[in-house]
Design a protein around this ligand. Structure first.
Ligand code: PEP
Ligand code: MG
Length: 325
């Protein structure tokens, strides 16, 4: 089995019936990036940049960020590296930002909300990412978008930063793709509108599940509601993928669900284009994808989404997809 996995490393991820998907990794730093590449990741689907901001006494400078993003972009060469802008707040705090404590941090001042409110911090990061975009195949992604207005405001700041770089003659890739995470149910519900104004979606199921089921992902007493296979979650995922495709855009997933071997057949059947996961899941996921027939999984996924509970859906998939075992 290990020899089989090793062989897969240098081949593209193609289903048994010839459909190509990307299997990429979630990383937090250069060390993770190197490990991900060694272990068969075809790129990075989620670079969590907040780790650059944590465990220190002040904000990282533009130069420091640029060097960090450049190093990861160069590690992957022509392969995609999706850099997510700062997602602080929720369970991750920055003492030096002096944000008042909140009753419901996961529903509070976090991620894009904080960045739009403190555009100085955000624009510094956008500049660093744009500058790094000439060193590889960099894509930019906003976290926690809930409204079309937030997306437009973020893009407006990005346009300003590009103009500033132009004025100083600093190079960047003007065609860098710009996408957003879909991790708030409101965004999934208006994915058709959002899809017109992004280059791609990446579904963040860790948050999408907690917000859809109204169950804090850190609270063990309600952990039974952490159900990525809940039909409501799966229907939202279907909406997002359909909306992207109807605008000719691609849809990925960077929540834990993307690396779940029972979820992969369903997600393939729903048409997901990119699967981003922990490095340790990459080769097993690629091995499974090689054995699956996407066309057959389309009707399986449609049937699964008519079932009433997560348990029924998981049992149905396991029963009908023997390749999982
Ligand atoms: C997610 O919410 O699914 C996600 C990938 O982002 P994070 O886990 O960093 O919130
Ligand atoms: Mg998230």
């Amino acid at each position: 089995y290990l020899a089989e996995l090793k062989k897969l490393k240098d081949e593209p991820s193609i289903t048994a019936d010839g459909h190509h998907v990307e299997v990429v990794a979630n990383i937090g730093n250069l060390h993770d990036a190197i490990g991900a590449k060694k272990n068969g990741a075809e790129g990075v689907g989620l670079y969590r940049t907040e780790f650059l901001y944590m465990g220190r006494i002040g904000l990282p400078s533009e130069e420091e960020q640029y060097e960090a993003y450049k190093a990861v972009a160069e590690t992957f060469g022509a392969r995609p590296v999706v850099i997510r802008t700062l997602d602080i707040g929720g369970d991750k705090e920055l003492p030096y930002l002096d944000v008042p404590e909140e009753m419901n941090p996961f529903l509070g001042y976090r991620a894009i909300r904080l960045c739009l409110d403190q555009p100085g911090i955000f624009k510094t990061q956008l500049r660093a990412i744009l500058r790094a975009s000439v060193h590889g195949n960099v894509k930019l992604m906003y976290p926690m978008i809930a409204t079309l207005t937030e997306l437009r405001q973020a893009n407006q700041l990005l346009t300003e930063v590009k103009q500033e770089l132009d004025a100083s003659g600093i190079p960047y890739n003007p065609k860098m793709e710009v996408g957003m995470m879909v991790e708030v149910p409101a965004a999934a519900m208006i994915a058709d509108q959002l899809a017109k104004e992004v280059d791609f979606f990446s579904i963040g199921t860790n948050d999408l599940v907690q917000y859809t089921l109204a169950a804090d992902r850190m609270n063990e007493r309600v952990s039974y509601l952490a159900q990525p296979f809940h039909p409501a979650v799966l229907r939202l995922i279907r909406m997002v993928i359909r909306a992207a495709h109807s605008q000719g855009k691609w849809a990925g997933m960077c929540g834990e669900m993307a690396g779940n071997l029972t979820a992969i057949p369903l997600l393939l059947g729903l048409g997901l284009d990119e699967f981003s996961m922990s490095t340790s899941s990459v080769l097993p996921a690629r091995a499974l994808i090689h054995k699956l027939n996407r066309t057959a999984l389309q009707s399986l996924a449609e049937q699964a989404l008519e079932l009433g509970t997560a348990e029924e859906i998981m049992a149905f998939v396991k029963r009908n997809v023997p390749e999982i075992a």
